[in-house]
Design a protein around this ligand. Structure first.
Ligand SMILES: Nc1ncnc2c1ncn2[C@@H]1O[C@H](COP(=O)(O)OP(=O)(O)OP(=O)(O)O)[C@@H](O)[C@H]1O
Ligand SMILES: Nc1ccn([C@@H]2O[C@H](COP(=O)(O)O)[C@@H](O)[C@H]2O)c(=O)n1
Length: 237
């Protein structure tokens, strides 16, 4: 268990724990658990790109066509919960929390995520959501959080695991799908996404947590240890 973090004054900025990593590295499940233990909010930034891919597919748009993506982005009405105990994602009032995890969305998401105007707009949205959250802190996870969205966050972590371990964990989750197809989809998405942002190597100052040989609880503890030691060093503890 980490020591409680000092509560900042009411006008203090929201404390951001930025976590990046490849597909299946545990970003979302580990960040959610870490946020719960810290008493922080949790922002899954990939959900925005997934929701936009879902929205584009609902419109019958070609998600590999930047012009078509920008067209549907015009009426993309997005909302997300920052409460780790009550996660939901909505588009235009429709709850898409489960729908955005479907394979058809996962396979389409990299197309919408490579459009620069989309990235800029959703990154601005993420910063607004965090700044207006009224929360003491938020764990924000994605691919470019440590480098683009919050390069100055007090805590920045790259969460990694060996590719075959990530594929096996994802495959264990998606038991109705063929394991080889799950692994191929995960690696294909990493290959596409890493042409847009670098989440395979740690930027200067970013701490690496490699969960290849850690179980889930050990990984959460490792992340909380980085938070604790970074904040302790900052606060002179
Ligand atoms: N250290 C670990 N040991 C065992 N299982 C783990 C560990 N870390 C995460 N997992 C499991 O691996 C799976 C993938 O984790 P998760 O969905 O959080 O990854 P992700 O990085 O958010 O993936 P994506 O980017 O594809 O959304 C989940 O079933 C999760 O419970
Ligand atoms: N900061 C981010 C977060 C996500 N993406 C893109 O969204 C896809 C889905 O993300 P998950 O974390 O839910 O797997 C991901 O494959 C990226 O295409 C991003 O570009 N930047």
């Amino acid at each position: 268990m980490t020591e409680p973090l000092t509560k900042p004054s009411a006008d203090a900025p929201v404390l951001v724990v930025a976590i990046d990593g490849p597909a299946g590295s545990g970003k979302s499940s580990v960040s959610k658990a870490a946020a719960t233990r810290l008493g922080f909010g949790f922002l899954d930034t990939g959900a925005a790109y997934r929701a936009l891919a879902w929205h584009a597919l609902e419109h019958g748009s070609d998600t590999s066509d930047a012009t078509a993506v920008l067209e549907v982005f015009g009426d993309f009405d997005y909302a997300i919960s920052l409460d780790p105990a009550d996660r939901w994602v909505r588009v235009g009032g429709t709850d898409v929390t489960a729908a955005i995890r479907e394979p058809r969305v996962t396979d389409a998401v990299s197309g919408v995520a490579r459009v620069p105007a989309v990235r800029q707009a959703v990154n601005d949205l993420f910063r607004r959501l965090v700044a207006s959250s009224g929360l003491r802190g938020v764990v924000v996870e994605g691919r470019d959080i440590t480098t683009v969205v919050y390069p100055d966050a007090p805590v920045r972590i790259l969460l990694t695991a060996a590719p075959e371990v990530r594929a096996a964990r994802r495959s264990a989750e998606l038991t109705s799908q063929d394991a080889a197809a799950v692994a191929a989809s995960l690696h294909k998405r990493d290959a596409a996404d890493s042409t847009v942002v670098d989440f395979l190597s740690a930027a200067p100052g970013v701490e690496v947590v490699d969960s290849t040989h850690l179980d889930f609880e050990q990984t959460v503890d490792a992340v909380l240890h980085v938070v604790d030691s970074t904040m302790g060093a900052r606060d002179g503890r």
